[in-house]
Every structure is written in C-alpha cells, then in structure tokens.
Design a protein around this ligand. Structure first.
Ligand code: HAS
Ligand code: CU
Length: 566
C-alpha cells in the first residue's frame, strides 16, 4: 500500500515535466564555462604546490601570487557561480515549468554580463595586473579593469538571479495556497542571500577600490573595505554550500530510491541560512585591529547560530538514509547503510562530500572560537579548512551532480563506463585531498603562514619547525596536489564525454518523491517579506555601529601596495 501511495505522490509533486530544451541550453552554457574555469584553476593549483615544495621553479614571467589569484578566482568564484546557475536554471525549468521568452532572455543577459566580467578580471590576472588573491584585500591594489570586471560579474549574477526569482514568484502567484516546490524555495532563499550579501562587495568595489585604482582617492580605509568584503565573504561560502545542500535534500533521496525525511525541516534550514548568514563576517576578522571585542563577540555568537541549519541538514539527510534503507529491508541498527547505492557516482560523490564535511565543518567551529582563531588565523590551517569545505564537500557534490545534470540538458545518457570513471575520480579526489588538506591543517597548527610564496625564510629554524614530520611537509601537500590534479583532469574528461560524446537518450532529472509533510509545511515558512525583514534587522544590528565607528574614526588611508606584486 505504502509503495503505491508513494508512487502517486511522486507524480503529484513533480509532474514528469522535463527541462525545456531552450532552458537546458542556457544551463549547458553555464556548465561549460564552469568546467573550463575548473581546468584552468586546478592547473594553477598544482603549479603552486610543486613550487612551494621546491620541486619546480616558476618561470620569471609567472608570479606565485599571480597563479594563486588565478587559482582562487577561477575555482572559488567562477567555477562555483557558473555551475550553480546552470543547476538553478535547469532545476527551475524542471520544477516550475519552462521560462517565458522574456525571462529566458534576462537569463542570457545575466550569463553574458557575468562572462564578460570574468574575462576582464581573468585577463588582468593573467597579465599580472591583479595579483591580489581572490579576496583582493586592500591595500593590495589591482588594475581598475579588474574591479570593473568584478562589478560586471556580480551585476550579471543579479540579472540572472532576477530571472530565476521572477520565475519562482510567477509560479507562486499561479498556485495560490499551494506549497511551492522545494527546488524553487531553496533557490529563492539562496539568491536573496546572494543579492543582499552582494551589496557589501559592490559598496567596497564601487565606493572605495575603483576610485582608488583610478587615482581619484589617494588612500583607502582598509578595515572598512575588508569589513564590507567579509559582509559578503561569509555568505559567499553559503552561496556555495546551499546549492550543494539542495542536491543532498532534493536529488539524493531520489537516487537512493526514497523521499526526503521532512520538507518543513528543509525549508526551516534555508530560512535560518537566509537570516543568519550575513551578520557574521567578523569571524573572518577576529584578529583584525579596528573592530571592538564587543562586536566581534556578537558576530561570533551569531556564527554559532548559523551552524544550526547545517546540523539540521545533517539530521535530515541521516534520517532520509535510514528511512529509505529500512523501507528497502535494512534491518538492525545499521543494516539500512547496506541498502544505499554505493556503486552509483550520483550518490557516492556527494556522500563523500557529506562525510568529509563532518571534520570540515567541525574545523569551522574551531575557527570561530576566538581563542583558537588566534592560533590558526592567517595560517595554512585555514587553507586546509576551505580545501575540504568548498574544495571537497561542494566540489564532490557538484561532480556527482554533473553525472546526471549534463546528460539531462544535452539529451544524453550516463553510461556504466562513465559511472566507473566517476567513482575513480571521487576516490582520487578524496585521497588527494586527505594528503593535501591534512598536511595544510597540521602545518598551520605549527604556525606556517598562508598567502606566502616563501616558506622556509632561508631555512630559519623557527620556520623549519613548521614542517616537522611526514604529514606536515610541503612534499605531502605536493603529492596530494598531484593526485588532485589527476582527478581534476579525469573529471574534465568526464565532463567532455558526457557533454559531447555520451550516447543520446533521455535522462531523468532526479527529484525526491513527495516528503510526508510536504502539504502540511507551516505556511509561515513561505512568508519571504517576514524573513527578509528579520534578516535586514539582524544586519543593521550587527554592522551599523562598527561601520559607523570605522568611518568617523577612520585612520589615514593606506597607500597602495602594488609594486611589490607586479
Ligand atoms: Fe569556513 C574561513 C568558520 C563552513 C569556506 N571558510 C573560511 C574560508 C573559506 C571557508 C573559503 O569562524 C577562508 C576565507 C579566506 O580566504 O580567508 N566555516 C566556519 C564555520 C562554518 C564554516 C563556523 N566554511 C564553511 C563552508 C565553507 C567554508 C561550508 C565553504 C563551502 N571559516 C570559519 C571561520 C573562518 C573560515 C571563522 C575564518 C578563519 C580565519 O581566521 O581566517 C560552519 O558553517 C560549519 C557548520 C557545519 C558543521 C558540520 C555539519 C555536518 C554535515 C554533514 C553530515 C554528514 C552526513 C552524511 C549527513 C558543524 C552537514 C554522513 C552519513 C553517514 C552514514 C556517516
Ligand atoms: Cu565565514
């Protein structure tokens, strides 16, 4: 009986509407840009790892900070943003019906604007005019074209975001009183977060960095520009993780043959992310002068609040696994584990991302603890942290997604050999990252600094103490980096094969069957005006006084530091 009900609900929730081919094309162009940026970005990564280990020397025309900037921007900003928007456009077409011609055109305008911005910024980096790292911290100064490129990048995502949001609210208007599809609800929460957070980086780039780079101001208020950056920078990491969570919540239950444990819990988690992701940026500035302990303390408390939706996610996914495994006959305390599709890359890659997120997220709790932050801030520990958060949890989830998303939007099929290649890619990426990120964490604990081309400072004994033992060595980082590069090149091959050579055929966009509480989710969860209002109140509370303080008590502006890195 249960099974047949389930089947009925399955149809009820997501009619077998496919992704409209015209929407699929827009999604596909996003995925193509993402994977070419990915390939370029990982090549920068392996050069850094080999150079820092002393295995290679960089040619005179290639600077360490130049490839470090390229590596960070191409992977952390370009790869993530384009693949996320490709996922959003395909998923919104599947769950909310085809986009209107007008909204699809807006999507293309956004895509082209973001692409132009990407090319401008990347050109400045590749010509060594913007070796300012992906956080483009002042007082490091880049060419003004870099800042214009960044502005177009952000504005382009706002334009494409407007198309996606309009599509969602149009559906909501056409279906009064109905719970909105979870895909649209989660996309909307992520995009509202992204747009509100983007105002911070737009303010510092347009209001401070661009006039400074154009010589219109002769100094820059560094602490203000960094504060506005991190107002954006922390929600940036949630802009990466929330789409990965969407794959966990909405796709994985279908791939494992079941349904999401709870729709209300999923909606609540995304509302909490919207409320608490922005007023926490000071946890990236706990060691920074110019911000009082009180406001750092307030934003640290809010940081620990924003951990809660991730813990809700952990619970929901665990419960979904167990519920599905037991419905498939899993017995005893952990018998349900055996029922999970361990040989299916669409499940296994995201699962490895989840598993690694347990230590990765725990590392975040250590970062956010004021006293411990004093130990790890600006060390290789932080680099280890974000290589297993965004570099593994998010990246492996997006890898797993690619194995069905690309066939869906290109009208092809995932083959057994491709699945096998995907499993090898996942294992290689996981093993390589364990070596690399593990070594980075330990070196960081010993005190090894980040963002430096120099690592032993003429073999100074103090510096040499950072690299004691097999695991805290640049060689281990380099070994991990090489394994990761092999995995990355294999993933690029998988992408090319799936996009242009896999056999033609129909692939289903996998989406969970209707969760049991889908139609009884509290309506208040869909009250966007309320949530946006509360989010704004929290932002005003957490930032007004410290930013006012930074402006009225501004130190003399710092001169530029660009001759050091050109
Ligand atoms: Fe972080 C620095 C704190 C999460 C990325 N972080 C960074 C930087 C990046 C980054 C890029 O407080 C460096 C920026 C730069 O260049 O300077 N981070 C946190 C905290 C969290 C956190 C508290 N970070 C992330 C995520 C990222 C990311 C997610 C990318 C996607 N982070 C910090 C702090 C700093 C920082 C400081 C600044 C350090 C400094 O001084 O510079 C939390 O959101 C973490 C909550 C998550 C958990 C884990 C929950 C576990 C889950 C998986 C369950 C597994 C299942 C499957 C269900 C507590 C959800 C298992 C099933 C089985 C059957 C076993
Ligand atoms: Cu953060």
């Amino acid at each position: 009986m249960r099974q047949s009900n389930l089947a009925l609900k399955d149809e009820a929730l997501f009619t077998d509407v496919q992704v409209d081919p015209k929407d699929g094309k827009l999604a596909f162009y996003h995925v193509v840009v993402a994977f070419f940026a990915f390939l370029l970005g990982i090549l920068g990564g392996v050069l850094q790892a080999l150079e820092r280990a002393g295995i290679i020397g960089l040619p005179s025309w290639l600077g360490y900070y130049q490839i470090l900037t390229a590596h960070g921007v191409l992977l952390a900003l370009v790869f993530t943003t384009f693949i996320i928007y490709g996922f959003f456009f395909a998923g919104m077409s599947k769950t909310h019906g085809p986009f209107s011609n007008g909204l699809r055109k807006l999507g293309w305008i956004g895509f082209i604007t973001t692409l132009i911005g990407t090319v401008m910024a990347a050109t400045m980096i590749l010509t060594n005019e913007a070796s300012v790292l992906y956080t483009f911290y002042a007082p490091l100064q880049a060419h003004y074209i870099f800042y214009i490129g960044l502005t177009l990048f952000i504005v382009g995502t706002w334009i494409a975001g407007a198309a996606l949001l309009a599509h969602y609210f149009k559906w909501k208007k056409q279906h009064p009183g109905e719970p909105t599809p979870l895909f649209g609800f989660m996309t909307t929460a992520t995009l509202i977060l992204w747009i509100v957070a983007g105002l911070g980086v737009a303010a510092t780039v347009l209001g401070q960095m661009l006039p400074w780079a154009l010589g219109m101001t002769d100094g820059i208020n560094v602490v203000l520009s960094r504060t506005l950056f991190w107002y954006f920078g922390h929600p940036l990491v949630y802009f990466w993780i929330m789409p990965a969570y969407m794959v966990w919540y909405l796709v994985i239950p279908k791939v494992i043959g079941g349904r999401l444990f709870s729709s209300s819990l999923a909606r609540l988690a995304f509302v909490l992310f919207l409320l608490f992701s922005i007023p926490v940026g000071f946890h990236h500035q706990l060691m920074e002068a110019g911000i009082t302990e009180f406001w750092k303390y307030i934003q640290t408390i809010l940081t620990f609040v924003v951990v809660v939706p991730s813990l809700l996610t952990a619970f929901s996914i665990f419960a979904t696994f167990e519920q599905t495994g037991r419905e498939q006959g899993g017995k005893g305390l952990f018998g349900w584990l055996k029922k999970l599709p361990w040989g299916d890359v669409r499940f296994f890659a995201p699962f490895m991302g989840m598993l690694i997120f347990i230590p990765a997220g725990t590392g975040g709790l250590i970062n956010a603890s004021f006293q411990l932050n004093a130990l790890i801030h600006n060390t290789m520990w932080v680099v280890g942290h974000f290589h297993i958060t965004v570099g593994t949890t998010v990246v492996l989830t997006f890898f797993g997604m690619a194995f069905w998303l690309i066939p869906v939007i290109t009208g092809r099929k995932l083959t057994k050999s491709m699945n096998r290649s995907g499993m090898v890619t996942t294992w290689l990426w996981t093993i390589g990252m364990m070596f690399m990120s593990g070594a980075m964490h330990i070196m960081g604990l010993y005190g090894a600094p980040r963002r430096t081309a120099y690592t032993t400072y003429q073999d100074h004994p103090q510096a040499m103490s950072w690299f004691e033992g097999i695991f805290a060595s640049h060689l281990t980082v380099a070994i991990g980096g090489v394994i990761l590069t092999i995995a990355g090149i294999l993933m690029f091959y998988n992408f090319v094969y799936l996009a242009w050579f896999a056999p033609k055929g129909e692939t289903e966009f996998p989406l969970t069957a209707e969760p049991d509480d889908y139609r009884s989710s509290p309506a208040i969860l869909e009250n966007w005006k309320l949530w946006i209002a509360i989010a704004i109140v929290l932002i005003i509370f957490a930032y007004t006084i410290p930013i006012y303080d930074m402006i009225v008590n501004a130190p003399p502006g710092s001169p530029t530091f660009n001759n050091l890195i050109r």
